[in-house]
Design a protein around this ligand. Structure first.
Ligand SMILES: C[S@@+](CC[C@H](N)C(=O)[O-])C[C@H]1O[C@@H](n2cnc3c(N)ncnc32)[C@H](O)[C@@H]1O
Length: 372
């Protein structure tokens, strides 16, 4: 069957319509004419594979990675980086309009940097005597010698890996220090820099994967706090204390809440490491600690996992209403859902997409909200 691709869906798959049914076509780009084979037929949609590209898009590029079509890590290796950035900006606009029910005009231009060798972390899998990454949507191991997304230091470490008893191997590299964390060795933490702040990061603690984009994102947060004369800062879902410590020189106090014990231990260590005497940390789930969200705080930075905010946290933010909310999100859908609730009491000033994860369909955003 020969079809024309209409657009990309939010996972970077081509979409076409066949007999009034939506059909997903992986590895196909808008305006391309492709010969496809239907591989799945469901009541509401079809899934197909490209057999032949008959008319190629001018935005198509030849993937530079030998594993591009099989590995599940990159979804947009066949699209030019310019168009990838446009796709992500448009994706945020469409999702926000649909879920937050606000104008697309609130979405600003995307911030991006280099497309490759940006990741400071890789998680590898081991099977029998081989180490690699999983094939798309399966647990089939593809042995790899190199990953184009990760920093050179990690690719070097990858070539030195010997087969250990661990099924999952985590490698991390510290920004500016070059320290390597390798979960098969005894080095269980590293020091990494963002700007002039340094952070201890343990094996399983969260740390943003893209150093350059993280610094740009944190600088925007710092700028907002300065402009708003922020004094008492809540750092919810604080991880290793990164954001709060980053802005701590400009404010009176920072209080962070985080549920992962190892991360909060890192945060307490990082406070000492940076002489940030005005920072304090509490271990626990934000939704169980809403009594800590008090009127004393004029700024709340919220950086939840993909699932977004717990209902109780939204309720508390609607009750206490800190003057400024800075919401960092890696999932525009849950962000949209939460903004739709928060907009009762807050004005959404703008949403800024950041291309934290080039060559994948994922996108990070910063949203600035102010009390109405
Ligand atoms: C996206 S990360 C942000 C971390 C940090 N703000 C940063 O930029 O490095 C989300 C963090 O929320 C933590 N977390 C997940 N669910 C939580 C909850 N219910 N309450 C508190 N922290 C939670 C995770 O352990 C993780 O450290």
């Amino acid at each position: 069957m020969i079809v024309e691709i209409e657009k990309l869906d939010h996972f970077g798959r081509g979409i076409t319509t066949i007999n009034n049914k939506i059909c997903f076509v992986e590895n196909a780009l808008p305006k391309e004419i492709v010969k496809i084979k239907i591989v799945t037929e469901k009541k509401k949609y079809l899934v197909s594979e490209v057999e032949k590209i008959i008319k190629e898009s001018k935005d198509r590029v030849t993937p530079s990675c030998p594993y591009a079509t099989i590995c599940g890590g990159c979804h947009l290796e066949h699209l030019s980086f310019n168009k990838e950035n446009e796709f992500k900006e448009q994706k945020v606009k469409e999702i926000i309009e649909r879920f937050a029910k606000i104008s697309q005009d609130l979405v600003k231009d995307i911030i991006f940097d280099k497309p490759y060798h940006y990741r400071n972390k890789i998680t590898l899998h081991k099977e029998k005597n081989q180490i690699g990454l999983y094939e798309k949507k399966t647990n089939h191991l593809i042995p790899i010698k190199n990953c184009k997304l990760v920093m050179d230091e990690l690719n070097k470490e990858l070539t030195k890996l010997s087969i250990s008893s661990q099924k999952e191997i985590v490698l991390r590299v510290g920004n500016k220090t070059g320290e390597i964390l390798n979960s098969t060795t005894n080095q269980k933490s590293i020091i990494s820099y963002i700007g002039n702040k340094k952070y201890r990061v343990s094996e399983k603690s969260f740390f943003q994967v893209n150093n350059i984009i993280t610094e740009k994102l944190y600088n925007e947060i710092k700028k907002i706090i300065k402009e708003k004369n922020g004094t008492n800062i809540l750092d919810l879902y604080c991880g290793t204390g990164t954001i709060g410590i980053y802005v701590s020189d400009d404010v009176k106090k920072v209080m962070g809440i985080e549920s992962y014990k190892e991360a909060i231990e890192d945060a307490k260590y990082n406070k000492e490491l940076n002489h940030s005497k005005n920072c304090s940390y509490i271990l626990g789930k934000v939704e169980d600690l809403t009594k800590e969200i008090t009127k004393e705080f004029d700024v709340a930075i919220i950086d939840p996992p993909r699932s977004g905010l717990h209902k109780k946290v939204v309720e508390s933010l609607l009750e206490i209403i800190p003057k400024t909310l800075i919401y960092i999100s890696c999932d525009p859908v849950t962000l949209g859902r939460d903004l739709n609730l928060l907009k009762q009491k807050y004005t959404i000033e703008y949403i800024r997409p950041y291309n934290m994860f080039p060559r994948t369909y994922h996108v990070e955003t910063l949203t600035l909200l102010t009390r109405k």
